[in-house]
Design a protein around this ligand. Structure first.
Ligand code: BGC
Length: 332
């Protein structure tokens, strides 16, 4: 048979087949589109209508930005909306006002730092009464009707610091302490835990406690004043994230060679100083994990599961001079 003839025979066979293929592709496209629409609808019906407000202690603090990052990533997975707000500089009355505003704006859920304040507790209880779940993060507000707490066991972390300092110092020497502020609850708890350990050793003494107000500059100034007033201080502990680098700055300025610094958290500068053996060790909290866990817990709660009241996130030690320990003590 000639080629022409074959073409005439094959065309009627091929055309219906092509038509079927076209129909099949079209309907799979439609099914795909439909399932995408369904996904959006089911997110909307569930979590995507949920507006979560996270109120920080200080808006642009690296530690709170890390909590935000953890919370935001997790919230995206459930299609929740996260609003991150906070005072420009540490200011508990502003935190109270922001909580009041979040309730007035009908947030669906609120994440806050505990500040141990009666008016704040009243607002948390008010939110809870209105059906707005409140989760405390970083610092608890245990006497309120908050749903749950996610963060460090702050008193336990203070004890951990005490044990480490006692060991490093050979249980003797004078200590200077930097806290963010005596009214900040997590600092009071860390200090209480620390004191409870240090007081077991008669030759270890806390000679001075100063406040940095979570400012690196203020930490440096206060540490310098301490070193001038008590030149015999051999150990300095910073109980909030910017204290370690501030103390280091003061110690370098004063030319002190014998001061050993004990820090908190994993700001890049702190980790670098630990690597360079300028800071003895740092206790690293898990702000990203705190944010993520708080949102997960909230999502579980909104789905009808009662959350556990306390979720303590880990605190791991990073020591100077131990090269492979930057990953943490749990081998991560
Ligand atoms: C504390 C936070 C604080 C941060 C300040 C952390 O150690 O847990 O409450 O906001 O330091 O930089």
């Amino acid at each position: 048979m000639s080629n022409r003839k074959w073409t005439f025979i094959l065309i009627p066979v091929f055309l219906p087949f092509a038509w079927l293929l076209f129909q099949f592709t079209l309907s799979s496209l439609q099914i795909h589109q439909f399932s995408e629409q369904l996904k959006t609808v089911s997110l909307k019906d569930g979590a995507s209508d949920t507006k979560v407000v996270l109120i920080s202690q200080e808006l642009d603090n690296y530690y709170w930005r890390s909590i935000e990052q953890g919370a935001r990533n997790e919230a995206e997975q459930y299609g929740m909306r996260l609003d991150y707000i906070g005072p420009d500089r540490i200011n508990p009355s502003e935190q109270i006002k922001l909580l009041d505003k979040a309730i007035a704006a009908k947030a669906d859920a609120i994440l806050v730092q505990g500040i141990n304040d009666p008016e704040y507790r009243r607002l948390i209880d008010k939110a809870t009464g209105l059906g707005i779940p409140v989760i405390t993060i970083d610092t608890d507000e245990p006497d309120s009707r908050r749903l749950a707490y996610v963060g460090t066991d702050n008193e336990g972390a203070g004890k951990q610091m005490g044990v480490l300092l006692a060991k490093t110092s050979g249980e003797r020497g004078d200590i200077g302490v930097m806290i963010s502020n005596e009214r900040v609850e997590n600092q009071r708890l860390r200090l209480a835990g620390f004191r409870s350990v240090i007081s077991r050793y008669p030759e270890l003494r806390i000679v001075e406690i100063r406040s940095s107000d979570i400012s690196r500059l203020q930490a440096a100034q206060q540490a310098q004043n301490m070193l001038i007033r008590y030149p015999q201080i051999r150990y300095m502990v910073g109980f909030s994230a910017l204290d370690g680098p501030g103390i280091l700055e003061a110690s370098e300025r004063s030319g002190s060679r014998s001061l050993q610094i004990f820090a908190f958290d994993d700001m890049a500068e702190t980790l670098e100083a630990v690597r360079d053996c300028k800071i003895e060790l740092t206790l690293v909290q898990q702000p990203v994990e705190m944010g993520a866990k708080a949102i997960k817990l909230l999502n579980d709660y909104l789905k009808g599961n009662d959350p556990q009241e306390l979720t303590y996130t880990r605190v791991y030690e990073v020591h100077a001079g131990i090269p492979d320990n930057m990953a943490g003590d749990d081998g991560r």
